[in-house]
Ligand binder design. Sequence first.
Ligand code: TMP
Length: 206
Amino acid sequence: MSKFITLEGIEGVGKTSNRDYIRELLEQTGKQCIVTREPGGTPLGESLRELLLQHSNEKMSNDAELLLMFAARAEHINKVIQPALNDGKYVLCDRFTEATYAYQGGGRQLDVSKITDLENYVQGALRPDLTIILDAPVEVGRERAGKRSTPDRIEQEKNDFFDRVRNAYLDLARQHPDRICTVDASLPLEQVQAQIKQQLEDRGIV
Ligand code: TMP
């Protein structure tokens, strides 16, 4: 049986290393798995990612940002995610629609019903089987992320934006405990990985 797993969190919570860890766990237990990301995952999606993340003198409207996220997602679902699930593969995706609820809904304070309408339109019944939110206080994430590279267009937002993003993620986990969980990403990596493994075991994935 295929499974669709997504990984979420604010900047600097360790998505990349934990994504690699989940992939290893899946492969060790004999699952065929593709790893992909949003926005991106297709040639068009990666072009849209560039437009979304690059700095520009022209300020992008919040609605345009929302629609570009879903345009990239539509392409990704049609060309990559759904075909892989149909082939019985596991799909491990670095961010998905929960990021839209968190960043465009929480961060940008867009009307959540707009996101829900687009989610239903673009995804039909498709929802991740499991979303793991790596949760840490904003200062902890920003401190780690800040050491890496210059911030992109979204990363340059202020702490109150990321506080809203984090709170929106935590709300999602409360609203959908059946398919969304949080792990404490402020702990050392081995302890974060132990929590992730436990979640995957509890749900019979590994
Ligand atoms: P990252 O995947 O490299 O962390 O960067 C992607 C950025 O895009 C990140 O700042 C979160 C943002 N984003 C949204 O604002 N909404 C979305 O729906 C998605 C998928 C990402």
